[in-house]
Write a protein that binds this ligand. Structure first.
Ligand SMILES: [Zn+2]
Length: 307
């Protein structure tokens, strides 16, 4: 999809380096065997938080050897590194929120972690969300249970296999003929918080068609020249955000009031002034939205903004 134009590189949540070693997931008893191996590294997730060690502005996930209680928890095989070390994710509950290192969310540390750690956190967060919301079979309603090292759930009655979901969403930096950027505010956001528009891809729709439809539905603008810009997983709870640029045919905004509280065209100068005045809340650095806005702006936007 990328063609000859520039795409966004090194997006915070698209940096994983572990070999997922997907073929190993079918090895009999892979998880119990790895949980008996003291060399296995365990990443524990509790209510969307993992323990993070900070030293000299260096941020790393706290990984540990398997513990006895892990065999009673949801565990998933995250992959292995070049030395053959296996990495498992386990999901604990609130009573497990203890230990010396602070528990941090992916939104808080996704930008700060190493490539390997960011990738592990994103994968475990996405899988944990999926397991938590797919406890029953969509065919017959019976209970499902994890199988294949945490990468499927199987129905306990009819044996059907159910796979982790990823929901594609498009997000678009739409510009007009003067290269002003379209920013909008969701009714759920506070005053001043603005971002590029986004929406879910519908059945039967290409990514590019979803871009055009969403922009037209939300702000009444026809877009053309839709071009791919980059993508990253966004496991809140299960999206893959696919970024695009698009050119507005005209600039008249007709808002869908249920989806968009306000929308506007901003020049780089406008944005600089809004940031300087502290009247602009921008998407966090971990998001593709932030990277898309900065891509258009031509550099980091780091004053008067929330991170
Ligand atoms: Zn079933």
């Amino acid at each position: 999809m990328s063609g000859s134009f520039e795409t966004l590189q090194d997006l915070s949540l698209a940096r994983g380096t572990l070999d997922r070693a997907g073929l190993r997931r079918r090895e009999p008893n892979l998880l119990p065997l790895l949980l008996k191996d003291p060399l296995t590294r365990i990443l524990e997730l509790v209510e969307g938080r993992a323990q993070v060690i900070e030293s000299d502005r260096d941020f790393a996930l706290f990984l540990r050897a398997p513990a006895e209680q892990d065999e009673f928890r949801l565990s998933v095989f995250l992959g292995q590194d070049g030395h053959g070390t296996a990495y498992l994710g386990v999901v604990g509950d609130a009573k497990d929120l203890s230990g010396t290192a602070p528990w941090r969310t992916l939104r808080e540390v996704g930008v700060l972690l190493s490539d390997r750690d960011a990738g592990m956190f994103v994968t475990l967060q996405g899988l944990a969300n999926w397991h938590a919301s797919h406890t029953h079979c969509p065919s017959c309603g019976a209970r499902t249970e994890p199988d294949q090292a945490g990468w499927i759930r199987r129905c306990t009655r009819d044996g059907t296999e159910h796979y982790p979901r990823t929901d594609p969403a498009v997000i678009m930096a739409v510009t007009d003929a003067s290269d002003r950027l379209l920013l909008a505010r969701s009714p759920h956001w506070p005053e001043g918080r603005l971002s590029v528009v986004a929406g879910f891809v519908e059945p039967g729709e290409s990514l590019e068609a979803a871009v055009a439809r969403e922009v037209f539905e939300e702000v009444g603008v026809v877009v053309e020249e839709v071009r791919y810009l980059g993508n990253q997983p966004w496991p809140f709870p299960s999206s893959l955000m696919v970024g695009f640029t698009g050119r507005a045919v005209d600039t008249t905004l007709r808002l869908d009031q249920e989806e968009i509280a306000e929308a506007m065209w901003v020049s780089r100068e406008d944005l600089r002034e809004m940031v300087g005045a502290g009247s602009f809340g921008i998407s966090p650095t971990v998001s593709i939205a932030r990277r898309m806005i900065e891509h258009w702006y031509g550099g980091p936007i780091d004053r008067g903004v929330t991170t």
